[in-house]
Ligand binder design. Structure first.
Ligand SMILES: *Cc1c(COP(=O)(O)O)cnc(C)c1O
Length: 347
């Protein structure tokens, strides 16, 4: 006899990437930024620590103002979250009910499926075309469809669906489209401007990757104010703590840091893609801070294992019905050199 909801018992549960805590690995498996965050972050945290006896601002308005300015919107178009995963949870809870349907592309971020499962909802995975463009079926109507997810840039491919196409998909869909822009600061374009053109489009962002703050947990969402108003009802009252609000606001204000960091990552990414191709890998052109790599005759899993024995951690991904591969995060030049050196010795 079990007291649990059947959908919880039936679910596999989301498995995050390995996070070894002994510091012995070159970590290229969870797309963390290899450089420390803006120094303004530590100052903001030290400054805020003195006021911790008080509850934080439940709406994180200091951050909302900063983000609104960055996106050319008003603060009531912004919602803050404890990492962008929190925002994905809030959006799923707000739109998708038991027995209803959520759609996600495949292969993509597996968490979307988990979130639908928690609701007792069904999820439909629509495969990308072999060139990582979206098939027509992604925009198809369905009476039960309540929410569609799109990671853009996508993981694990690092590919981008152009904004015009995103708008076209949203306009055809009978439900909201959540555009997950966790990696967008490493791309050349984004969809934030679409939010004012179409109230079915919600755009989520993360400070984990491009602002080097994965350990802080902060993300934000842009959508029309009438939607934000409803999502506020769903979130925890104090979903963001005072330290992370202050730190995230300081990080977002330091756009010079972001530009310099982005330039370094993009230079290393270009080199990683070229070198992987020189080693015989099929490496997709990336618009994110990682690359997706297959080798024509070296199976991916033994490569991952061999690298791990050398204390280099990359992400081995196996997508049933699609295939497997290695997702390698863009680390420092020295980390990427070490990884390439080992791969050269193996292949
Ligand atoms: C890393 C990642 C997130 C989660 O970001 P957090 O802000 O750390 O919760 C969301 N979506 C995708 C596609 C990601 O890779």
């Amino acid at each position: 006899m079990s007291y649990l909801r059947p959908n919880i018992e039936a679910m596999a549960g989301y498995l995050p990437g390995e996070q070894p805590q002994d510091g012995q690995f070159i970590k290229l498996n969870t797309n963390e930024n290899p450089y420390p965050p803006s120094p303004a972050v530590a100052w903001a945290i030290a400054d805020t620590a003195r006021g911790l006896r008080k509850y934080p601002d439940p709406m994180a308005n200091a951050f909302r103002r900063q983000a609104a300015e960055l996106l050319g919107l008003e603060p009531d178009w912004i919602l803050c979250g404890n990492g962008s995963d929190d925002l994905l949870t809030i959006v799923t809870r707000a739109f998708v009910g038991e027995g209803q349907l959520a759609r996600l592309p495949y292969p993509s971020y597996i968490l979307y499926r988990t979130l639908a499962g928690l609701q007792g909802a069904r999820s439909e995975e629509v495969r990308f075309n072999p060139d990582w463009s979206l098939p027509e079926a992604f925009a198809a109507g369905d009476a039960d469809l309540r929410l569609v997810f799109l990671a853009n840039p996508n993981s694990p491919s690092g590919t981008v669906v152009p904004a015009e196409k995103v708008l076209e998909v949203a306009e055809r869909l009978p439900c909201p489209l959540l555009v997950d822009e966790a990696y967008v600061d490493f791309a050349e374009s984004n969809c934030a401007h679409l939010v004012s053109r179409c109230d079915k489009i919600l755009v989520s962002r993360s400070l984990s990757k491009s602002y080097a703050l994965a350990g802080l947990r902060f993300g934000y969402l842009a959508a029309q104010p009438h939607l934000i108003e409803q999502l506020i009802k769903v979130k925890d009252s104090y979903n963001c703590d005072a330290l992370s609000i202050a730190a995230a606001t300081a990080a977002l204000a330091d756009q010079a840091w972001l530009a310099a960091n982005r330039a370094k990552i993009l230079a290393t990414r270009g080199r990683l893609v070229r070198e992987m191709r020189n080693l015989g890998f099929v490496t997709v052109e990336s618009h994110a801070n990682f690359t997706w790599n297959l080798h024509p005759y070296r199976p991916a899993r033994p490569l991952y294992e061999a690298l791990k024995r050398k204390r280099i951690l990359v992400r081995y991904m196996d997508y049933p019905g699609w295939g497997d591969g290695l997702r390698i995060s863009v680390g420092t030049d020295a980390e990427i050199d070490a990884c390439l050196e080992e791969l050269k010795a193996i292949v």
